[in-house]
Design a protein around this ligand. Structure first.
Ligand SMILES: NC(=O)c1ccc[n+]([C@@H]2O[C@H](COP(=O)([O-])OP(=O)(O)OC[C@H]3O[C@@H](n4cnc5c(N)ncnc54)[C@H](O)[C@@H]3O)[C@@H](O)[C@H]2O)c1
Ligand SMILES: [Zn+2]
Length: 334
């Protein structure tokens, strides 16, 4: 079992990664908790050794259930059961469950402890770590939320045995991103160690910038084009698949600005390919539409802002010119 600490002062917590770590749940919940509210979804493997009184609260599967009504229903069920502020919520599932359970925990009684048992690769390397919680509105994804750090996160890699292939692809897209945030050779590591290394990279970034005043934005590497491709929606791309394309596009943008060499672009393509992900723009993309969508992206603070590789590593770069974007699209075959 690998233990990674997210160092956030008195809100620091441990992430345990390895096969079977779900058995450690009783050990990581706060000692004050007399009851655990387990929030999960149908189909999630959830054989937990709980130790204390508990109840299971199911939420629906799919982004359309990541809503305020779902949070309200959960909080009402918690209240009906008599869950107190000393008790604990446990989110058992992928990123959707940990985002919703984390947000419900953040607002119920103005905040109760939460522990996450991450069951998807994406939740293990990304969503369950770092304390961003929230739900969608019809107006956009993740528009309502709170920063609410868990008391612990368990990444039980045994649970990945049942993860569908498309969900592996999603997790791999985010995992590929971590290859460029540090110089580490993540591919040389076995899966459990690689997951733990991704957690450690995210933990380090989050610890330095919990509320995304600056450096945390680096975790959006590859996401500017990815979000535009997802909003354009016609393309049947899952988030991680869109990130894979977005990583290669960001490398092409950086190369067009002469921030990196062509061989560094090749390195991006090689990492994406090593995960079996495609770096191809979907057929029929409309470059003008994608540029307009990228300009609207909430991460774009000042004109076209990108997270780009360069001589000083990955950094936020604003004022990226249209000419450069077109050049990068051309290199991607658009
Ligand atoms: N808070 C953050 O920092 C953060 C970061 C990235 C993503 N997210 C959010 O995470 C969500 C995506 O997370 P996700 O990719 O895990 O999707 P998800 O939670 O919707 O899970 C995908 C599917 O896999 C199933 N599943 C999960 N674990 C399984 C297992 N072990 N075996 C079988 N099936 C399993 C789920 O039931 C679901 O059907 C999005 O809502 C996104 O906004 C949040
Ligand atoms: Zn992402």
């Amino acid at each position: 079992v690998i233990r990674v600490t997210v160092p956030l002062g008195e809100r620091s917590y441990d992430v345990l990664v390895g096969p079977g770590v779900r058995a450690r749940l009783a050990e990581v919940v706060p000692a004050s908790a007399r009851r655990l509210a387990l929030v999960t979804q149908p189909g999630i493997p959830c054989d937990l050794d709980v130790g204390v009184e508990h109840r299971v609260f199911q939420i629906g599967t799919g982004e359309e259930h990541k809503t305020l009504p779902t949070v309200e229903a959960l909080c009402r069920a918690f209240a009906d059961w008599g869950l107190t502020r000393n008790d604990c919520v446990v989110g058992v599932g992928g990123g959707l469950v940990t985002d919703v359970a984390g947000f419900a925990a953040a607002v119920y009684h103005r905040g109760v402890p939460v522990v996450h048992v991450a069951t998807s690769l994406l939740a293990m390397v990304d969503a369950a770590i770092g304390g961003k919680t929230g739900v969608n509105l019809p107006e956009g994804k993740n528009l309502v939320g709170a920063y609410w750090q868990p008391s612990a996160v368990l990444c039980d890699t045994e649970l990945l045995a049942t993860l569908p292939a498309r969900e592996w692809a999603c997790g791999h897209g985010e995992m590929a991103k971590y290859h460029f945030l540090t110089g580490d050779d993540l591919l040389a590591l076995p899966l459990d160690e690689r997951i733990a290394r991704c957690v450690a990279i995210k933990a380090e970034v989050v610890a330095g910038d919990e509320r995304e005043a600056g450096r945390r934005a680096l975790l959006n590497y590859g996401h500017t084009l990815a979000h535009a491709l997802e909003i354009a929606a016609r393309f049947d791309l899952r988030h991680g698949e869109a990130v894979a394309v977005g990583l290669v596009y960001a490398a092409e943008v950086a190369a067009a600005m002469e921030r990196i060499s062509p061989s560094r672009v090749d390195a991006h393509r090689a990492v994406v390919a090593s995960y079996g992900l495609s770096a191809e723009l979907p057929a029929g993309v409309d470059v003008d539409e994608l540029v307009a969508l990228m300009a609207r992206d909430k991460k774009a603070l000042d004109g076209l802002t990108f997270v780009l590789d360069g001589p000083r590593g990955i950094e936020v770069v604003s004022g990226v010119e249209r000419r450069v974007l077109d050049q990068a699209f051309a290199r991607m075959g658009a």
